[in-house]
Design a protein around this ligand. Structure first.
Ligand code: GTP
Length: 158
């Protein structure tokens, strides 16, 4: 288990065990690949980030992950795996989020991308992401770094 502070100095706990904090978390975050590129979305307020959001009442977390990828990027998920889970002790409430790794097979142009400006494909993520003004705060703590390490080791041959 890792412990660190996020961009807003909130305490974060991160683990790659099987659902250590909750069996049915209410939030999801999806590290996405399309071909040999990273697939992000541009959130209207927060900036560039991997897609994600809240689990709705009638769905489970993995279903929410697939739906959020579609809504925010137009991407159809071909394969999705659970990677880990993190817990953020926010000022007002504590949230628990599942992290997934997904491969997208097709990108469809949509009329709406919900609260985002839609898909952004990147060959590489910038090294200075933590101080990069175009990126969302959710990309600016150790969750991204540790989850990417796992994705690179497990899925992406270099
Ligand atoms: P509402 O129902 O709209 O009030 O949302 P919520 O409060 O259930 O969840 P929201 O997504 O707004 O998250 C609440 C707080 O948790 C945010 O203000 C953030 O500080 C924090 N948070 C949410 N997602 C993340 C994340 O991925 N990383 C970090 N570090 N903090 C997060």
């Amino acid at each position: 288990m890792y412990r660190f502070k996020d961009y807003y100095h909130n305490e974060v706990q991160l683990s790659f065990e099987d659902h250590p904090y909750s069996q049915n978390p209410r939030h999801v975050w999806v590290i996405c690949r399309y071909g040999n590129k990273w697939l992000l979305t541009e959130h209207e307020d927060r900036g560039l980030e991997f897609p994600g959001g809240k689990v709705e009442n009638e769905e489970n977390a993995q279903e929410a992950a697939v739906r959020e990828v579609k809504e925010e990027t137009g991407g159809t998920v071909e394969k999705i795996d659970y990677l880990g889970q993190y817990k953020v002790f926010g000022k007002e409430k504590t949230i628990i989020k599942n992290i997934y790794f997904a491969t997208v097979s097709t990108l469809t142009v949509q009329e709406t991308y919900f609260e985002t400006k839609g898909p952004v494909l990147l060959q590489e993520l910038p090294k200075n992401i933590r101080i990069h003004k175009d990126y969302s705060f959710i990309m600016k703590d150790d969750v991204l770094e540790k989850a990417l390490e796992k994705v690179l080791n497990q899925y992406i041959k270099q």
